[in-house]
Design a protein around this ligand. Structure first.
Ligand SMILES: [Zn+2]
Length: 199
């Protein structure tokens, strides 16, 4: 199993390949499927947005069995996401957790709009997501430039969800305290395909 630093290097290399369009697809063969059928040991857990433009394995150029992926609109960490993260780390042994936000995130954008218009006609389920993003959007909403506000809100939301993992899970706090597991944020730029890590 890769340690946290090695895992981060592998993600960086994979994303470099994606950005350069140096892409091969050696990861989907039957032999590998049969090996993986008996067990998995993904080297990283990625919490990403459901946004269709950011398929996580593709942007990191990884294949079957490599990543334990949690995708949810706004890359928020609530109970079920936290359970998945704990499983990826505590049971499967991944040493790196990345919460990845992205440019022009619709979920964060909608939250900013709600704050400025004070409109809130959402379903109970959408509200669960909005409630988590709202403090980050509120913190950025003082910016006069809308684009700047959105970019800041997206970054604040990543930082807040990194913190939620440590604050809301004793298991994760214990792993991070041990120094063996790292939880970091990242940002995906839509047009370049580049991932910037906040490590
Ligand atoms: Zn998004």
């Amino acid at each position: 199993m890769l340690d946290a630093q090695q895992a981060l290097e592998r993600l960086k290399q994979g994303n470099d390949a994606f950005v350069r369009e140096d892409i091969h697809s050696p990861y989907l063969g039957g032999q590998l499927r049969r090996i993986l059928a008996s067990g998995q040991a993904p080297f990283a857990v990625i919490v990403g947005c459901s946004d269709s433009r950011i398929p996580v394995e593709m942007v990191f150029h990884q294949g079957l069995g490599d990543l334990f992926v949690v995708r949810v609109a706004g890359n928020v960490v609530h109970h079920t996401q936290l359970g998945s993260i704990e499983f990826g780390v505590d049971v499967l042994g991944a040493k790196l957790v990345v919460v990845m936000g992205h440019e022009r995130c619709g979920a964060v954008d909608a939250c900013l709009n709600m704050i400025s218009t004070e409109e809130a006609n959402l379903s109970e389920h959408l509200n669960t997501i909005v409630d988590i993003i709202k403090p980050s959007a509120a913190k950025a909403s003082g910016e006069t430039d809308r684009e700047v506000a959105l970019n800041k809100a997206i970054k604040f939301n990543v930082e807040a969800n990194v913190q939620r993992i440590i604050d809301n899970s004793e298991i994760m706090a214990k792993h991070v305290d041990s120094g063996k597991v790292k939880v970091i944020g990242a940002h995906y730029e839509l047009s370049s395909g580049r991932v910037e890590f906040f490590d």
